[in-house]
Design a protein around this ligand. Structure first.
Ligand code: DAH
Length: 364
């Protein structure tokens, strides 16, 4: 009896002191394994007299049960401790701000183009593109600017040397409008695209550089009206300038590829001596600023692309991306945009983590 009690105390004590899962397993083998101490006791039952067995049997079985239970409790406890330690050492707080700052900054032109793509994607516009080396048919003729048209002279075009026998004269595109032609010739309406990109004109001062950026918009569908144009531009400018109090004024104007054509002015107000887009243009020193060219796509342009203008109508608009950036982020000289001066880029650039989203406010 005392042997049994001693064994029980030894085993339970050892289990209690077991520091790891390996130790637990060793005790289990030592007590309950094939050659184990408790197993050995169970084997003695067969040789006992019935009286002795009746007396000793339950004690040996109770010992086995107590040891089994103590082992599994200790094991569970050690496993929990191991898991807690792992959880404590392997924590990863996903809510912490990233402490790694990506090198360099995103140029304001790239940032604004991303903002525009985000805004127009939400309105169902795809992004289209065309080559910067364009031919004079797509840059001018198909846009209803024939060779003798004065608008050709107004574009200060960089031409490539004439090639004998070539059908078209090549040039650096003077605007993104040829992407209208490429899109209408390549895909079936309905069409809803924007086309941001580089354009070139022989022109240079504080607000003009020989290379600059434009964005074109084109919608071709059935039953499109000036109302659709105005709503689209209003929605776009409100999202871009992140203000609801944006007012537009469509001023009749002339672009060969539109009929009717309109220049779009946006109302500004003056805050602390500075012009800001939005607010009441009729109050204080407020006024109107031209921001876009636009209009209903001319029948001749739709025809030039092989579409029936009696079936398909649409609107188009175009504006300067650099200018939009200047108006929103407060630069007053265009030239440093393209100087590559790190001080300017650090000041006006955006973090690569600053991805424009509508929910975050586009400029976030
Ligand atoms: N292509 C014109 C320019 O460079 C801008 C423009 C005006 C584009 C009216 C358009 C439009 O699509 O409808 O000055």
């Amino acid at each position: 009896m005392t042997d049994l009690e001693q064994l029980r105390q030894d085993l339970l004590g050892a289990i209690d002191a077991a520091a790891g899962l390996d130790a637990i397993e060793a005790i289990r083998v030592h007590a309950l394994g094939k050659q184990g101490a408790v197993t050995g006791l169970l084997k003695t039952l067969g040789a006992m007299s019935p009286e002795e067995r009746q007396l000793t049997g339950p004690r040996i079985h109770a010992l086995r049960e107590a040891v089994t239970e103590a082992l599994s409790e200790r094991k569970e406890m050690l496993e929990r401790k191991a898991m807690d330690a792992r959880l404590a050492s392997e924590t990863l707080d996903m809510t912490l701000p990233v402490d790694l700052v990506p090198p360099g900054t995103v140029h304001p032109v790239s940032q604004v183009m991303d903002e525009l793509a985000e805004i127009f994607a939400d309105l169902g516009f795809a992004v289209a593109s065309g080559p910067e080396i364009e031919d004079d048919w797509r840059n001018f003729t198909a846009l209803n600017i024939p060779e003798t048209h004065p608008a050709r002279a107004m574009h200060d075009t960089f031409y490539f040397p004439e090639v004998e026998g070539a059908e078209h004269r090549m040039l650096l595109r003077t605007h993104t409008s040829p992407v209208q032609i490429r899109t209408m010739m390549m895909q079936k309406p309905p069409i809803r695209i924007i086309a941001p990109g580089r354009v070139y004109r022989s022109d240079s001062d504080a607000t003009h550089t020989p290379m600059f950026h434009q964005i074109e918009g084109l919608v071709i569908d059935k039953g499109i009206t000036l109302g659709h144009l105005k709503w689209t531009l209003e929605t776009f400018l409100k999202a871009y300038f992140e203000r609801d109090d944006i007012v537009l004024r469509l001023r009749p104007s002339y672009f060969p590829f539109t009929e009717p054509g309109a220049e779009v002015d946006v109302g500004y107000s003056v805050v602390n001596g500075k012009r800001v887009i939005g607010g009441d243009p009729s109050k204080g020193n407020g006024g109107w600023m031209e921001v876009l060219g636009s209009g209903m796509v001319h029948r001749k342009v739709i025809e030039a692309c092989g579409l029936d203008p009696d079936e398909w109508q649409g609107f188009a608009f175009g504006t300067g991306v650099d200018r939009l950036a200047m108006l929103k982020y407060g630069m007053d000289d265009l030239r440093p945009f393209f100087d590559g001066d790190l001080r300017w880029l650090r000041h006006y650039g955006f973090s690569a983590l600053d991805v424009p989203t509508l929910s975050g406010g586009v400029g976030a």
